[in-house]
Design a protein around this ligand. Structure first.
Ligand code: NAP
Ligand code: ZN
Ligand code: ZN
Length: 345
C-alpha cells in the first residue's frame, strides 16, 4: 500500500512530504497504523549524515506508537486494536550468540534498523514519520493501555536507551545517579532512575530547566557552566549517564565518580573522545557505552513505565513543523520530546 510520509532528500535540505510503499502483511507480521512518532536526536544525526553516508531519500523515526490494524495468520501475540510500538530495530539474525541470549540489540550480524537499513525482503527500511508500518511481530512491543500514545512513543528509544544502563549498572536505593543533559533521553533517565529509587542529580548546561528537572524526580540540579559544580561533586556519583549529543570533555565528569563508579555514554557525537588512562586508573573507574535495549528489555521498560505512570513530556507537532523542530532540538530548545501527529501527514 502507498502511505504518506516525510522524507529527507539531502543532508542540507529541509525534510519534505512524500509517499512510500509498505509491503503486504506476511504470516508472522503485523501492520500498525502509526499515531505518533517521536523526534530523536539520532534522526537528526542520520539525516544530516553526521554518522556517515546515508541513502537518500530517507524516512526516519524510531519512536513509533500506534494501533494494530492487521495481523498475519501465525501471529498470536497481537490482536487488531492493540496499542503497539516499534523502536530502533525491526529484525536481527536471530541465530548469533547475542540474539540467542536475548541481546538482539547487540546482534553480532547487525540488527536491522527501523530506518537506514535493508530488511529481510531486500528493500530499504523506512521509519516512523509515516502513516503505517509492517514488521515481524517478534520485534513489535505492547504499549500499556494506561499510557497515552503520544507520551509513550518516545519510550521506544529514549525510554529504553536510558532504562537499560540504569538497570545494568544497578541504579536503585542508596545509589547516586547523575544525568548529563536534560533533553529527550535525559528527561526519561531522570524519571526512570527516580522510580528505581536512586538519588538523582541533573547536570545541565544551565539552571533554566531546574524546576522541570525537579518535577520529573531529580533530587538535585546543577549547572555545568558553574565551575563550583565540579569541585562540590568530586567523587560523588556511583553512575553517570551522559546523554549529550555534542562533544563534551568526559574527563571532567569522570572526576565526579566515586571509586568503582561508571560513566556510561549514550549520547553519540561524531568526534572521538580523548581520555587519559589516569582518569580511569585512579579509583578503578569504568567508561562504558550502551546502545538502546533488547526487545525483551524494551517490553520490560514499557511495563515498568506503565506501572509507574511514566511517559515522556511531549510537544505534539504537525508535519509542517518538523524542520523547525529539528532546529530547536539542535539548539537544546526542547521540552522534552517533539512528537509528530501522523494524522497531519
Ligand atoms: P536532545 O533531546 O537534543 O538532548 C541532548 C541534551 O544534551 C540537550 O537537551 C542538552 O541538555 C545537552 N546538550 C546539547 N548540546 C550540548 C552542548 N554543546 N554541551 C553540553 N550539553 C549539551 O537529544 P536526545 O534525543 O536526548 O539524544 C541525545 C544523544 O543520544 C544523541 O547524540 C543521540 O543520537 C544519542 N542516542 C543514543 C542512543 C543509544 O542507543 N546510545 C539512543 C538514542 C539517542 P541541557 O540543555 O540540559 O544541557
Ligand atoms: Zn533514538
Ligand atoms: Zn544476531
Amino acid at each position: 500500500m502507498q502511505v504518506k510520509a516525510i522524507a529527507a532528500v539531502a543532508p542540507d535540505r529541509p525534510l519534505e512530504r512524500t509517499t512510500i510503499e509498505r509491503r503486504d502483511v506476511g504470516p508472522d507480521e503485523v501492520r500498525i497504523a502509526i499515531k505518533f512518532a517521536g523526534i530523536c536526536h539520532s534522526d537528526i544525526h542520520t539525516v544530516r549524515s553526521e554518522w556517515g553516508t546515508v541513502q537518500y531519500p530517507i524516512v526516519v523515526g524510531h519512536e513509533i506508537a500506534g494501533v494494530i490494524e492487521e495481523v498475519g495468520e501465525n501471529v498470536t501475540s497481537f490482536a487488531v486494536g492493540d496499542h503497539a510500538g516499534i523502536g530502533c530495530f525491526v529484525d536481527s539474525c536471530r541465530e548469533c550468540e547475542n540474539c540467542k541470549a536475548g541481546l538482539d540489540n547487540y546482534c553480532l550480524n547487525g540488527s536491522i534498523g527501523t530506518y537506514n537499513a535493508v530488511g529481510r525482503d531486500g528493500e530499504p527500511t523506512a521509519g516512523g514519520y509515516s502513516e503505517q508500518i509492517v514488521a515481524d511481530a517478534r520485534y513489535v512491543l505492547h504499549i500499556p493501555e494506561n499510557l497515552p500514545l503520544d507520551e509513550a512513543a518516545p519510550l521506544l528509544c529514549a525510554g529504553v536507551t536510558t532504562y537499560s544502563p540504569l538497570r545494568h549498572w544497578n541504579a536503585g536505593p542508596g545509589k547516586r545517579v547523575g544525568v548529563i543533559g536534560l533533553g529527550g533521553l535525559g528527561h526519561m533517565a531522570v524519571q526512570i532512575a527516580h522510580a528505581m529509587g536512586a538519588e538523582v542529580s541533573v547536570l545541565s548546561q544551565s539552571l533554566k530547566k531546574k524546576e522541570d528537572g525537579e518535577a520529573l524526580g531529580a533530587d538535585h540540579y546543577y549547572a555545568t557552566s558553574d565551575e563550583s559544580t565540579f569541585e562540590d561533586l568530586r567523587g560523588h556519583f556511583d553512575l553517570i549517564v551522559n546523554t549529550v549529543s555534542a562533544d563534551l570533555d568526559v574527563v571532567r565528569y569522570l572526576s565526579l565518580l566515586r571509586t568503582d563508579g561508571a560513566l556510561v555514554q549514550v549520547g553519540a557525537p561524531s568526534k572521538p573522545m580523548q581520555v587519559p588512562a589516569f582518569a580511569l586508573i585512579g579509583g578503578r573507574k569504568t567508561l562504558a557505552g550502551s546502545a538502546i535495549g533488547s526487545i525483551a528489555e524494551t517490553q520490560e521498560m514499557l511495563d515498568f513505565c506503565g506501572e509507574h505512570g511514566i511517559g515522556a513530556k511531549v510537544e505534539v507537532i504537525s508535519a509542517d513543523q518538523v524542520n523547525e523542530a529539528y532546529e530547536r532540538v539542535v539548539a537544546s530548545d526542547v521540552r522534552y520530546r517533539f512528537v509528530i501527529d501522523t494524522a497531519t501527514l
